[in-house]
Write a protein that binds this ligand. Sequence first.
Ligand SMILES: [Zn+2]
Length: 242
Amino acid sequence: MAIFKTKGIILKRTNLGEADRILTILTQDRGKIRVVAKGIRKTLSKLAGNCELFTAGNFMLAEGRNLDILTSAEMTECFPGLRKNLKATQSAYYMAEIIEKRLPDDEPHEQIFNLFSECLSELDDNDQTIHPLILPFFEINFLSDTGFEPELYECLACGEKITPEGNFFSVENGGLACPACKADLKISDETIKLLRLILKHKIKNILKIKLNKITEKEITKLIKYYFKNLHPENLKSESFLI
Ligand SMILES: [Zn+2]
């Protein structure tokens, strides 16, 4: 039986039988996988403490006939600050549910692993309040990393280079439209600039940018529309988001 080690973050836990659990883990090198953790619900299980939701760790797995079997787990990060804050926890559930439901199994997505891991760190590093750009940052980068990066430099209708003032964003086509071609949403120059930055830079740099409320609202709404257009089904965790 082949044994392998992988680095991952726990996305979901489902009880199985009397004492087992199926864990959904987002791994760095194998994408999203589902594994069986045998006996994990027994009091003396060595696995239990290292397999809480949203913990990151190194996992040893044995190849199984159907699902792989978790043989040992070593926690590397448990994000205690995230757990102490309700909104941070709800935000983590939301991101985990998106990955769990929208990412196919067993397909490597290292960028999504890094994105989730960095967003969890930012949620963990909260000072009671959660930065309003964390979830929009996650949503737009998730779309971009799964093949839906919006076009932000040329008009999708006529191909002209985008110049300042009077532009639009087409949720349907996934990108900008010039003032002559028009589309469903008006978009300010500040929001275009911020979107370009969000798709190029790490979250910790983005959260340092001083934002005005109008741009913050506009970008949050626009990303939400774009996300919903591609993933219209409601998520369970969404109803808990304040
Ligand atoms: Zn145009």
